[in-house]
Structure formats: C-alpha cells, structure tokens
Design a protein around this ligand. Structure first.
Ligand code: PNS
Length: 166
C-alpha cells in the first residue's frame, strides 16, 4: 500500500526549511501532499493561489509531490485525500509545546491519523516564514533562506505592500 503523507502549513512563503522537510519526506513516503492552509489566523502576505503556485514551481518534475489548498480541519482533509500520516517539522524545543498540543488534538479527533515529526537540517533550524518576511522587508541578505524563485516573488510582494507592517 502506498504511503501518502500530508504536510500542512501556512507556507507564507515556503522556506528552505520546508523544502528540506519535503525532500526528507520523499525518502520515506511515496507521496507528499503539501496542504496549504487557506485562511491562517494571521492574514497571509501571499494569496492561497500564490502560495500553492510557488511550492509547485519548486518541484516541477517531482510527480510524488502534490500541492493542494485546504481549509477546515486538517484531519478531515487528510481523510478526504486518503492519507493517515501528517508530517510536521520540528526546529527547536520552542516548537514542541504547540506541536504536542496539535498532534494530540488531531489524534483525539482522528485516532487513525499519526503525526510524523522530522527535524530540518541544522542550517534551517532558525528559519521561519515570519522572520524571512521581516529580514527581506528590511533589506537583509536572503541567501540560503528561500528558493530563488520565492525570493523574487517576495521582494515584489513587499514592494507592492510597502505600507504593511510584516
Ligand atoms: O505553518 P503553520 O501555520 O504552523 O501550520 C499550522 C497548521 C496549518 C498545521 C494548523 O493551523 C492546522 O492544522 N490548521 C487546520 C485547522 C485544524 O485542523 N485545527 C485543529 C488542529 S489542532
């Protein structure tokens, strides 16, 4: 039976840390369904479509990576696409509490769905979409933080949203 995993997140935007987790996941699972949350509480800088397209453009040849928008409960989405594995990245101890709560809540809602945690490469352990946006908006060096195609789009978006506080 094929191992289909869901990798959910806001991906606003996708970072090299996320890419690293997807690549690691491909060594373990047959298919990774990157699930882009449609309505994060924090209003996203990029639209859902833009976030989906940016991720797709990073894996153009990889047939085992699907990118899909989702809203509602993650476990409902996982069931809809017939997956019983949720992948999450764990960067540091500070991520643990939120992730622990989320995985146990998801288990309560859907005991058949298991959350699988992976650590990104150490060079990405400090990376977050939020910090990337802040550094980019303040003119910092983006080398190694996000894929070049995402950097281009982020710079353009920040230019268009000059008056928005990130
Ligand atoms: O990248 P993020 O913002 O840390 O991702 C959070 C995400 C999308 C995984 C989480 O907010 C989520 O699963 N949202 C869907 C709603 C849901 O299922 N809530 C109950 C889970 S505790």
């Amino acid at each position: 039976m094929k191992k289909r995993a869901v990798y959910p997140g806001s991906f606003d935007p996708i970072t090299n840390g996320h890419v690293d987790i997807i690549e690691r996941g491909l060594n373990i699972f047959d298919q990774i369904n990157v699930a882009v949350l449609k309505n994060p509480k924090k209003s996203p800088l990029f639209t859902t479509k833009e976030r989906v397209r940016m991720i797709e453009s990073i894996f153009p040849e990889q047939k085992r990576v699907n990118v899909l928008p989702f809203n509602g409960l993650l476990v409902d989405f996982a069931r809809k696409i017939k997956s019983n594995i949720v992948i999450r990245g764990l960067r540091a101890v500070s991520d643990f509490e939120y992730e622990f709560q989320m995985s146990l809540m998801n288990r309560k809602l859907a005991p058949d769905i298991e959350t699988f945690y992976m650590m990104p490469a150490v060079e990405y352990s400090f990376l977050s979409s939020q910090l990337v946006k802040e550094v980019c908006s303040l003119g910092g060096c983006m080398d190694g933080l996000i894929p070049p195609s995402v950097e281009q789009k982020l710079k353009k978006k920040i230019e268009q949203n000059k008056n928005i506080n990130l």
